[in-house]
Ligand binder design. Sequence first.
Ligand code: ADP
Length: 468
Amino acid sequence: MSFEVIRKLTRTLAFKLTLWYAVFFIVSAAVAFAFFYVLIVRIIDQRTDADLLTQANRLNQIYALQGSELLERAALLQVQAAGEQKMFFRLFYPSGVFFASSTASYWKDIGIDRRAVEAVLRQGTPHTYATQAVPSQPFRARVLYKRLGGAIMLQLGYSLEGESSLLRTFRRTFVVTMAGLLVVAMGVGWFMARRALSGVASVTRTARQISEDDLDTRVPVRHRHNEIDQLAVTFNQMLDRIKQLVGGIRQMNDNIAHDLRSPITRIRGLAEVTLSSGRGMEDYAQMAASTIEECDRLLHMINTMLTISRTEAGVDPITFQPVDIAALVRNACGLFQPLAEDKDIRLRCEADGACAVRGNESLLQRMVANLLDNAIKYTPAHGEVRVSVTGGAESVRAVVQDNGPGLAPSDQARVFERFFRADQSRSQSGAGLGLSLAQAIAHAHNGKIILESRPGTGSTFTVSLPAL
Ligand code: ADP
């Protein structure tokens, strides 16, 4: 395995998770071992201490009843019964002078713990324990110091050889078991981490496969309802949105190209005809006027597209201030009244009083004007357009209703798309941008526009904006 492969491997999440798992495992096992070790040592000490004390109390009783000679014999018998290498005793005067001890040379070099003796003699403690090293032996001994009657000190010791070897075995078993378990833990950790992250790998693979032309590939969802499934579902939803956006952009490009081509073709045709057959200044002036008209239409379209994009993207911060929607609608009705009269359409305005929202006045004016313009434009002569404003505690509703041709359900879903124009409306002027702009403005005000329409009956556009 090359150095580069190892470096890549150590950077993977699976490797880090395995490492964390192993470290956590070893630390918790070591803590548990330390706890049990201390517990075992303490239990052994307690048991040894209790044994020593029972033996010492028995000797104390013998001494009290039968004197020092029998004490020495009883002590020897006790030591022999326990095993001379297992136990030893010494009897000495507080001055330090011995008067009896067990015979095994095994114990001969073990000293007397002065501090323990002092504690018994001076501080009046009935007995004390000490753990002492045994010279030339690899183990230690637990020793009890006790005053018998008035004048004799007893040193009674118990070899900890058995316990030491038990603890040694315990430690060795722990190390060997841990080494084995560590290997198993790392294997299990690696397997679990790889398994858990296999879903992430599949998301990564899919992301790599996706190119601009292939937005149809999706991450397989295993329906286990876990985090990886959520990631896959979210990723797929994101792909759906990207696909929709890319499709929208493509569609818009087509529409823009199409809508720009017609006026430019017209301008070019006009210029060509004037050049080839133009006879005088009048023809050229006519051509210039038509060109200006077409250019104005083009500029209007481009400006509207820019306004929609900017409003949707929030590029330019919009200045909001209290706006009376009722007054704004009344003004708009006044402005559109002559247009309605020209078409013999009855324009009814029901927007009394005041209904305030927080908004941008000029954008809201454009929104209302677009809806009114459409209603008058698409409603045939002798029709009726009703505009009303109602205020509620939560929202303000402005409704523009007409009894025009209405829209087919399939068209209703698309009227807010840029450049969309229903087939029946192609005879009318327009670029299919008015409702997109109106919706972008409503969204920028945290509001919405809803269309209700039945073909042949009319259309109702309802704008809801949060009340001030
Ligand atoms: P346009 O410039 O074509 O009016 P809009 O975005 O304002 O563009 O409207 C998009 C399309 O929605 C229109 O072309 C028309 O087909 C349809 N539409 C809009 N308002 C009405 C209405 N009041 N009645 C019937 N159709 C409408």
